[in-house]
Design a protein around this ligand. Sequence first.
Ligand SMILES: NC(=O)c1ccc[n+]([C@@H]2O[C@H](COP(=O)([O-])OP(=O)(O)OC[C@H]3O[C@@H](n4cnc5c(N)ncnc54)[C@H](OP(=O)(O)O)[C@@H]3O)[C@@H](O)[C@H]2O)c1
Length: 338
Amino acid sequence: MRQVFITGHGGPDKLQVRESPDPAPGQGEVRIRVAAIGVNFADILARQGLYQDAPKVPCVVGYEVSGVIDAAGSGVDTSWIGKDAVALTRFGGYADVVIVPVAQVFAKPVSLSHERAAAIPVNYLTAWQLLVIMGSLKANETVLIHNAGGGVGLAAIDIARHLGARIFGTASSSKHSFLKQRGLHEAIDYRVGDWTVEVARLTEGKGVALVIDPIGGNHWRKSFKVLRSTGRLGMFGISAATTSKLIGPLRMLPVALGMPLFHPIPLVNHNKCVFGVNLGHLWHEREMLAGWMQILLQGVAEDWVRPHVDKAFSLTTAGDAHTYIEERKNIGKVVLVT
Ligand SMILES: NC(=O)c1ccc[n+]([C@@H]2O[C@H](COP(=O)([O-])OP(=O)(O)OC[C@H]3O[C@@H](n4cnc5c(N)ncnc54)[C@H](OP(=O)(O)O)[C@@H]3O)[C@@H](O)[C@H]2O)c1
C-alpha cells in the first residue's frame, strides 16, 4: 500500500509517500481499496502543527475515503466484499488501502463517482450538525455561512436550501457567482470592508437567526454581534490561525487572545445562544453519526445533497492539493485520487 505521511510540521513538502505491505482487517473491520480521499482543512492544520487532535508526526491524516471493499475481518457480513463504499476514517485516509470498522462504512450511492462520494462525510455531517441538530434552522430564517465557498460552506448551502432558509454567505468575490448558482441569496466579500455592516444593511438592522463560523478568534465576537434575538452562533474552526506570521504553536496566540468569553448573563439578557461543533470528538456516538449519514445519503437520492468536487489531485501530489486550498483557490471540495 501507499500512504502519504506528514513527516514533520511545516510546508507542503512535509508530505511524503511511503510504501508498506497491505494490512489485513481485524475483527469488525473491512479493508477498502481506495479510489478517492477527501482533503479537509484540518489536514492542513495538522501538517502545520496547529491541530491538537492530530497524531504525533510522522503520521497519516485523512478523515474520509471512497473505494471498493476487498476484504472483511471476523464478525463482518461478507456480502460487503466487492461493494463500493464510502467511509469515515479516524486519520489514515491519505492512502490507497485503508482498514476501518464496518460501523463507519456506508454503501456508496450509485449515482455518485468515488470523487463526489468522498466529498460527503466530513463536510455534510458537520453542516448537518451545525444547521439542523444544534443550529435548529427553520424555513424563512436567515443563516449566515462564513467561508461559504469551502467544502463545509457548500454543504451548508445545500442543507439550508433544503430547509427553505434565506442564505447569506461570506467568500472571496471570485466565488460569488458560482455560490449564487448553488442557492446563496446574498454573497458578501469579507475581504473588502466590514461584513457586519453589510449584514446589518441586508437585515435592516435586525441581524440573522444563525451564524456558522470556522474562522475563529475575534471573528466569533463579530459573528455573535450580528445575531438577532433568539439567534444562535455555531463555532467550528480556527482558519484564522493559518494566516498568523508567528512561528510554531505561537501561531495560535492571536486567535486565542481574540476569542470572546461568553458570560451567561448577557446570553440570558440578549436571548442568544452559542455552541461548538467538533465532528472529530463524536467517534463515541457512532450510531448518531450513522443516522445523520443515512439522511444525507437519502438526500443524494432526493437531489438536495449535491457534493461538488472542484479539483482532484493524485495521491502522490497531496502537497499540491494543500497548496491549492491554502491559496484559497478551491470552491467546494478538493480530493485525492489513487
Ligand atoms: N469542527 C469540525 O467538526 C469541522 C469539520 C470540518 C471543517 N471544519 C473547519 O471548517 C473550516 C472549513 O473547512 P473546509 O474543509 O470546508 O475548508 P476548505 O474547503 O478547505 O476551505 C478553504 C477556504 O477557506 C477560506 N479561508 C478562510 N480563511 C482562510 C485561511 N486563513 N486560509 C485559507 N483559506 C481560508 C478560503 O475561501 P475564501 O476564498 O472565501 O476566503 C478557502 O478557499 C476549517 O476551519 C475547518 O477546520 C471544522
